[in-house]
Write a protein that binds this ligand. Structure first.
Ligand code: ATP
Length: 232
């Protein structure tokens, strides 16, 4: 589905991602783990096109590295960004509708909206509330639901557990697992290794701009890398 080949991201003299190779098969849930500053958000920026990068980003055989973000979204990539970044001055309903702005099937949009509101009843109760007044966990649920409203083929989640209580994190990962079970392809970028590995088919560990491990979660459990990079 997605392949990164020799992706590099630099900010002036700082090289945040140094020639990264990564692939995600159709229907796979891949976790990209790594500590603060490892280059995870920069990698997502290279995928979405929001951060200038060199190297190749290939989606289903097509090189999309020169396409602007909107064109990549139109091809089926949706990103739920770190720190939520929902539209705080819009309501829950307006945020969800914006997620579907590129769709031309109003019936399908309404059906999806009903579906995500049923999955996250707390959002249904707050449908006309400004998103900025939601709790952190609720904002995270809204960010994921909004990303899903575009009916993506690849969902990219940047640190969905950030700043949330363990119970909420577990619920959010249950939901991510459910999306995977329905056949969605997912890349989840996380510092919370334990949760991210729960549903992951494969794991990559990023340590200062380079991949230091790639393989199934079972190969990682108990290894030195877990302690070295992920503190567990
Ligand atoms: P975190 O989990 O803390 O968000 P991360 O793994 O997502 O970390 P990045 O945000 O990709 O890491 O950052 C990688 C490196 O690039 C860091 O050293 C960071 O300081 C640097 N960096 C990121 N954005 C910029 C920027 N706009 N200008 C300069 N340096 C940056």
């Amino acid at each position: 589905m997605l392949r990164l080949e020799g992706v590099r991201v630099s900010y002036g003299a700082i090289c945040a991602v140094q020639g990264l190779d990564l692939h995600i098969g159709t229907g796979e849930l891949v976790a990209l783990l790594g500590p603060n500053g490892a280059g995870k958000t920069s990698t997502i920026g290279a995928i979405s096109g929001l951060i200038p990068a060199s190297g190749r980003v290939v989606l289903e055989g097509t090189d999309i590295s020169r396409l602007p973000t909107e064109a990549r979204m139109a091809k089926g990539i949706a990103v739920s960004p770190e720190g939520r970044r929902i539209f705080v001055n819009l309501t829950v309903a307006e945020n969800l509708r914006l997620g579907a702005a590129m769709r031309r099937d109003p019936k399908g949009v309404r059906a999806d909206m009903d579906r995500y509101l049923a999955l996250f009843p707390v959002l249904a109760e707050r449908i006309d509330q400004l998103a900025g007044t939601l709790s952190g966990g609720e904002q995270q649920m809204l960010a994921i639901a909004r990303a899903m409203m575009s009916r993506p083929r690849l969902l990219v989640l940047d640190e969905p557990s950030l700043g949330l209580a363990p119970m909420i994190v577990a619920r959010i990962f249950d939901f991510i697992g459910q999306l995977k079970a329905e056949g969605l392809t997912v890349l989840v970028v996380e510092q919370n290794a334990a949760q991210a590995m729960r549903h992951a088919d494969r794991v990559y560990i990023l340590g200062t701009g380079q991949i230091s491990f790639a393989g199934p979660p079972a190969d990682l459990a108990g290894s030195d890398l877990m302690a070295l990079y992920l503190g567990s």
